[in-house]
Design a protein around this ligand. Structure first.
Ligand SMILES: [Zn+2]
Length: 281
């Protein structure tokens, strides 16, 4: 342990500042979205089976809802621009803008150079949870996705139903390509229904049994044409372990709803980011 300097206490006492104040962040018109949602009809549904994944399409201006069915279950969500898979959900930037967990009114932002909202959360039945005594909260953008490479690194395992592999197979089937072609498109996820945080003493990433119960849902407005991929994590409610077949696991339901055409007057798909991309040259 190194010796603290004389002014250690003073240096620690410096107050933090928010990295990215969001006062200038374009805000969604939730009232407009909800009014449109009231006119919407269900047009599609897919089931992500337990320890497996499914892909789905959502047109811009439509809604999709992820619902817990059968039992407490965590879902790993990927989003892509349906016309250009290079534009995909950017977990790290979403975390920088909205914090470690996201809920109603917050958005899933896309990668560079587009950096724009892909989807906006309009309803969250776990919105009551807040932050618990351990610092845990729900729907995180801090985890990556469970994957067979980390399992192999730590335990020498060959497990094929981690969310990374589930999403790879689902996207391959959806696009009609090989898993080798699909795998590079799989990215860090929104951990739907997952309850996580960092321990105060060691700063380690922790998970605990999700408070989700059958009937709970998280609902989104699609800001652009989307392909979604949802994996029902092999960790189940993620109360004990993942990357194995040990935990009780349940499917997750995805439903797509399309509103009446005139219900979104005043709304437009988010423009591409305005940076000129010259990078100083
Ligand atoms: Zn997982």
């Amino acid at each position: 342990m190194c010796t603290p300097p004389m002014d250690a206490a003073d240096r620690r006492a410096i107050k933090p500042v928010i990295c990215y104040p969001t006062d200038t962040l374009p805000q969604p018109d939730l009232d407009l979205y909800r009014a449109a949602r009231a006119t919407a009809k269900k047009v599609d549904e897919v089931l992500a089976p337990a320890r497996d994944a499914a892909c789905f399409r959502v047109p811009a201006g439509s809604f999709f809802r992820i619902t817990s069915v059968g039992g407490p279950q965590v879902g790993d969500l990927n989003l892509w621009n349906a016309h250009d898979l290079r534009e995909r959900f950017y977990s790290g930037k979403t975390r920088a803008l909205h914090g470690t967990h996201i809920t109603t009114g917050e958005r899933m932002w896309s990668s560079f150079p587009q950096l724009r909202p892909m989807a906006t959360i309009i309803d969250d039945t776990l919105g009551w949870y807040g932050i618990d005594e351990f610092g845990g909260s729900v729907h995180d953008v801090i985890g990556t996705r469970c994957d067979p490479y980390t399992g192999n690194l730590l335990a020498g395992s060959q497990y094929h139903h981690c969310c990374h592999s589930n999403l790879t197979r689902a996207l391959a089937d959806h696009l009609g390509v090989s898993t080798a072609e699909a795998e590079p498109h799989v990215h860090d996820v929104l951990n739907v229904f997952m309850c996580t945080g960092f321990t105060r003493d060691t700063g380690q990433y922790f998970m605990k049994a999700s408070p989700v119960r059958p009937g709970d849902y998280l609902e989104f407005f699609a800001e652009i044409d989307l392909i979604g991929g949802l994996s029902a994590c092999p960790g189940g409610d993620c109360g004990s372990e993942h990357s194995s077949d040990t935990a009780a696991c349940h499917p997750l339901l995805v439903e797509v709803f399309t509103p009446q055409v005139d219900s979104l007057t005043g709304w437009a798909q988010p423009a591409l980011n305005g940076y000129d991309r010259s990078h100083g040259r």
